[in-house]
Design a protein around this ligand. Structure first.
Ligand code: NAD
Ligand code: DAU
Length: 351
């Protein structure tokens, strides 16, 4: 699979995309990596400062919702493969503005599928359209069971419905036009460069500034957390060894209740900031629940582990320590992304 190596990575300036771009640029110096990103509020070229001068790295500013621009770009660059990560990714924003999610996640994905189909129509064999998706397409679990690749789709938020729709389009293009595709569905990621609208970086930032830690509902909801570099390695494995037409679930068998994660962050940060034990926990504040809040996600990643040999590398406590260290060391990054529009978003969301 993926014999040729001119790769278009969409959303490469975002959280996960930047780790994927870095891995591919440094591990495969013979590949040409094109990072296509619209640089929305979530895209940040600071994330890639360390590799931006590499000869095999190229940045292209572009919007995947622009159909004509995507057709032109594919004809110009002629990518052999696509790693598609560009998306609107935050559930709370999708509740406020679903259309933005339909435009980017659904229509943007279909624009890319069309551009790839047109470019590769004479020879589909040596190409790959790899669509990066989420475990949220499977819906919400109660206390038992796991999401398998065969679990029926049951998305419950505008975000997950838009990702589910994009997954369906990717499979439809395989079935109808023979486009060589692969899909992976991953659980919650955490780690460096995570935008501080999401639970873990938001709490790190608020603990640092002694601000309330907003916990939706009772904090009983469960998420299954994976260190972002482990996700990037899984994407590398699936890109090179996965079977065309297949779906792979990615996850670390690492379930945590939200309240327990926030308590862990408080403990770790009290130590790092030389605060008395228990200081930061006092910031925990229970707030109105997220509308339609999914109770539990849990991924069964055995297919990926057994068939392709991938394994997560980090224990959660170790990953959280590394993550907190990164945010405390990269204060400028955090200050830059939390200025300006972030303040408006924060006030709108939390009052
Ligand atoms: P992110 O929000 O941090 O980054 C998204 C990137 O896409 C940004 O760089 C943004 O500028 C870019 N982008 C947005 N709209 C665009 C458009 N119209 N045209 C071009 N670029 C655009 O997201 P993330 O958390 O890194 O997620 C990346 C992908 O992985 C998404 O598809 C998401 O659904 C999926 N995913 C995320 C997680 C997670 O826990 N974060 C888990 C599983 C799957
Ligand atoms: O499961 C994969 C998904 O994980 C990805 O597809 C999404 O792109 C990503 O954003 C993430 O979605 P979640 O909604 O699970 O992540 P978030 O960090 O927004 O929330 C994690 C949990 O914490 C969730 O149960 C809601 C809760 N939460 C979140 C925020 C922002 C709070 O209690 N308070 C908060 O302020």
């Amino acid at each position: 699979m993926a014999a040729n190596k001119k790769i278009l990575i969409t959303g490469g300036a975002g959280f996960i995309g930047s780790h994927v771009v870095r891995l591919f640029v440094t591990k495969y110096p013979d590949y040409q990596i094109y990072n296509l990103d619209a640089l929305t509020y979530a895209g940040n070229l600071e994330n890639l400062k360390d590799i931006e001068e590499q000869d095999n790295y190229h940045f292209v500013k572009g919007d995947i919702t622009d159909e004509a621009a995507m057709t032109e770009l594919f004809q110009e660059i002629k990518p052999d493969s696509v790693l598609h990560l560009a998306a609107e990714s935050h559930v709370d924003r999708s509740i406020k503005d679903p259309m933005a999610f339909i435009r980017t996640n659904v229509m943007g994905t279909v624009n890319l599928l069309n551009a790839a189909k047109e470019l590769w129509k004479e020879d589909m064999d040596n190409h790959l359209f790899y669509h990066i998706s989420t475990d949220e397409v499977y819906g919400s679990l109660d206390d038992g069971g796991y999401f398998l690749e065969t679990t029926s789709y049951d998305p419950k938020s505008p975000y997950s419905a838009s990702k589910a729709s994009s997954d369906h389009f990717v499979r439809a293009y395989r079935n109808t036009y023979g486009l060589p595709v692969v899909i992976s569905n991953c659980s919650n990621n955490y780690g460096p460069n995570h935008f501080p609208e999401k639970l873990i970086p938001l709490c790190i930032n608020n603990i640092k500034h002694n601000k309330p830690l907003p916990i939706y509902g009772k904090g009983e909801n469960v998420r299954d957390w994976l260190y972002v570099e482990d996700h990037a390695r899984a994407i590398d494995t699936i890109f090179h060894q996965g079977k065309v037409g297949e779906t792979y679930n990615i996850g670390g068998f690492n379930e945590w209740k939200n309240i327990d994660i926030v308590r862990l962050l408080c403990q770790v940060m009290d130590k790092k900031l030389d605060r008395a034990e228990g200081t930061s926990e006092k910031l925990i504040t229970f707030v109105t629940d997220r509308a339609g809040h999914d109770l539990r996600y849990a991924i069964d990643a055995h297919k990926l582990m057994n068939e392709l040999g991938w394994e997560p590398s980090l224990q959660f406590e170790e990953g959280i320590e590394k993550t907190v260290d990164w945010y405390l060391t990269n204060e400028d990054w955090l200050d830059n992304v939390t200025s300006g529009n972030y303040q408006k978003y924060y006030t709108g969301q939390y009052g």
